[in-house]
Design a protein. Structure first.
Length: 250
């Protein structure tokens, strides 16, 4: 979701202007016009909804951009984690959202669709005026627009997975570092043993490195032992009953 101050959401003209700077993206269907076929599979079928969305074609896939002005906005998303972002408590803001088109929605968590969706989000975040934050629902995270743009584009250029943004990371009272949102990509969340989290910055760096290896890869089914770049021997162990990947010292 792309979050704006109330009254600052883009309309279809603003989107068309932004897309002029993104040659690989085109408006494939505008339900507010008579041109093009009816988007029969869309859940937004009521006449009053026709002004609030566009279907975009990007890399051969269709993505719905929903919540445009002057139609109704999307509800402001729930936020639990903030990354370089000054967005405050709920109120005074409204959102537009990017969603996979109906014919690809069932594969929304597949890596090709995710890369396309997030790449489009980065392009729009870089071109739309007035954007306050980018929110990622599976992690309940809010991300500063340019931080989102930079980390997503780095990942798409074969850099590290943007865990600081697409995941929520928190320490519980016992010191365990747990992820929120990793299950959207892998089916499992990550839990780092308190024995490894006394240095919280180091624990975060370890988590980011491990997440980069897990996303898009086949998850281990049995205990896996490895040594970090700093020479620390660790064990990574799946816990199917808790839907967790646990990391602890050997």
């Amino acid at each position: 979701m792309l979050v704006f101050d109330r009254g600052a959401r883009p309309d279809r003209t603003a989107v068309a202007t932004a897309l002029a700077a993104i040659p690989r993206v085109a408006i494939s269907h505008d339900p507010a016009t008579l041109a093009g076929p009816t988007h029969a599979a869309s859940p937004l079928a009521a006449p009053e909804d026709m002004t609030r969305w566009l279907e975009l074609l990007v890399d051969g896939l269709t993505v719905d951009l929903v919540g445009l002005a002057p139609g109704p906005a999307l509800d402001e998303p729930d936020v639990a984690y903030r990354y370089n972002c000054e967005i405050g408590e709920p109120g005074g803001r409204e959102a537009v959202g990017l969603f996979p088109g109906p014919h690809i929605a069932a594969g929304a968590s597949s890596m090709p669709i995710l890369r396309t969706l997030l790449g489009l989000g980065a392009d729009l975040a870089d071109t739309l005026d007035g954007l306050r934050a980018v929110c990622w629902g599976p992690a309940r995270s809010a991300i500063a627009p340019q931080f989102f743009v930079r980390t997503i584009r780095t990942w798409l250029d074969d850099g590290p997975f943007p865990a600081l943004g697409l995941l929520g990371l928190h320490f519980d009272e016992g010191g365990t570092l747990t992820s929120e949102g990793l299950a959207f990509f892998t089916g499992y969340e990550l839990a780092v043993d308190p024995a490894l989290t006394a240095d919280r910055a180091a624990a975060m760096r370890l988590t980011v490195r491990v997440v980069h290896e897990l996303v898009g890869a086949e998850l281990p089914e049995v205990r896996h032992e490895f040594v970090t770049d700093e020479g620390l021997p660790l064990a990574l162990e799946p816990d199917p009953s808790a839907r967790l990947i646990r990391i602890g010292p050997l």
